[in-house]
Design a protein around this ligand. Structure first.
Ligand code: SF4
Ligand code: SF4
Length: 365
């Protein structure tokens, strides 16, 4: 019989205290009420591990790196223990025919009950010849593996949108998973790579509630992609005060002002980096002094330079104070602010909807 997630954790020496702490943290990160924690614990204690077939198309393996190199050891253990990772041609010891046979075994034994996790995407040009695995195009392997899956997780921006492989002129015709696979629930978990705890959270949710999380219009779990980077950025006060960095080494950079003028895409990017941060919460790109590239948005490679401003938000100058901003509004230069306010209002509405849905999830839990 397939072991439960909890049995595997105990076998690996994880204490019950750590296990419950993980359940509690997960409930919080999923935006669920405290009442959801026992349900998560019970599900992980009793449900057999879900078989997962992890495929790799055109990609750089940074999603796997994010997954297995998470700073928090428990997260790594959770990730590798929660799933019965039956096939992963990057991590597994088996190779060649022996490895490929595992896919067929899982498909036969767990028909309709296994998850396919895909990192990277299939190139379709020249009959898929730009990515050959086991002597045939990856796209064939992908379609066959997904045929009897319960759900498909598209890890990272390569699988979700195409990412750099699909950037213009896209010579190999690298194609997102959602445009190749149909008739299956597809959960897009974009980012280059996604945050390890986001990946863990998505898997935990699916395992606990036996359903896919609520998704936004781009197929991303709302619980992690429901807010803009800009909304939770600790430099937001400088943005609102019109205090911007104008050069990488200027005085404003030393003071930690806003990176918007240096091309930060935080105002148009939905992801959890500014709230969850990276590497166990130690830091994140904006904290290290570089603007957000917008890596969790569709087509971010083709949206112009990473260092151009993306929106038409009006600027007030480096050292503008509240009075200067007020004066600027008074002389009619507030169109950008109005646009920004409209965007913020729209986003607040979106947040309220997300919070309502999260509350509903808590009730259901
Ligand atoms: S523009 Fe970037 S650095 Fe500035 S507040 Fe928004 S997310 Fe933070
Ligand atoms: S800060 Fe922006 S570019 Fe960096 S990982 Fe997060 S979403 Fe991607």
């Amino acid at each position: 019989m397939t072991e439960t997630f909890y049995e595997v954790l105990r076998r690996q020496g994880i204490t019950r205290r750590s296990f419950l702490k993980f359940c509690s943290l997960t409930a919080t990160s999923l935006g669920l009420s405290a009442a959801a924690m026992p349900k998560i614990a019970q599900a992980l204690e009793t449900k057999p591990r879900t078989p997962v077939l992890w495929l790799h198309g055109l990609e750089c393996t940074c999603c796997s790196e994010s997954f297995i190199r998470s700073a928090h050891p428990l997260t790594k253990d959770v990730v590798l223990s929660m799933l019965s990772l039956d096939y992963d041609d990057t991590l597994m010891a088996a190779a060649g025919h022996q490895a490929e046979a595992i896919i067929e075994q899982v498909k036969a034994k767990y028909k309709g009950n296994y998850i396919v996790a895909v990192e990277g995407n299939p190139p379709l040009n020249e009959d898929g010849m730009f990515c050959i695995q086991g002597g045939r195009p990856f796209v064939e392997k992908l379609k066959e593996t997904c045929a009897d899956a319960k759900a498909v997780i598209a890890w990272g921006s390569c699988a979700a949108y195409g990412c750099v492989q699909a950037a213009r002129p896209n010579p190999t015709r690298a194609t997102p998973i959602g445009k190749v696979i149909s008739g299956k629930p597809i959960i897009n978990v974009p980012g280059c790579p996604p945050i390890a705890e986001v990946m863990t959270g998505v898997v935990t949710y699916m395992l606990t509630f036996d359903r896919i999380p609520a998704l936004d219009r781009q197929g991303r779990p709302k619980m992690f992609y429901g807010q803009r980077i800009h909304d939770k950025c600790y430099r937001r006060g400088h943005f609102d005060a019109g205090q911007f960095i104008e050069a990488w080494d200027d005085e404003s950079a030393k003071k930690g002002f806003c990176l918007y003028k240096m091309g930060c895409k935080g105002p148009t990017t939905y992801n959890a980096c500014s709230s969850m941060r990276w590497n166990g919460g130690i830091s994140w790109p904006v904290q290290s002094g570089h603007g957000c590239l917008g890596c969790s948005e569709d087509g971010f490679w083709d949206k112009g330079s990473f260092y151009d401003r993306v929106t038409g938000i009006h600027q007030f100058g480096i050292e503008a104070n509240a009075d200067a901003i007020g004066a600027a509004v008074a002389i009619g230069t507030g169109a950008g602010i109005a646009a920004h306010a409209a965007l913020t209002a729209l986003d607040s509405m979106r947040k309220r909807v997300s919070q309502k849905e999260a509350a509903q999830e808590g009730v259901e839990a």
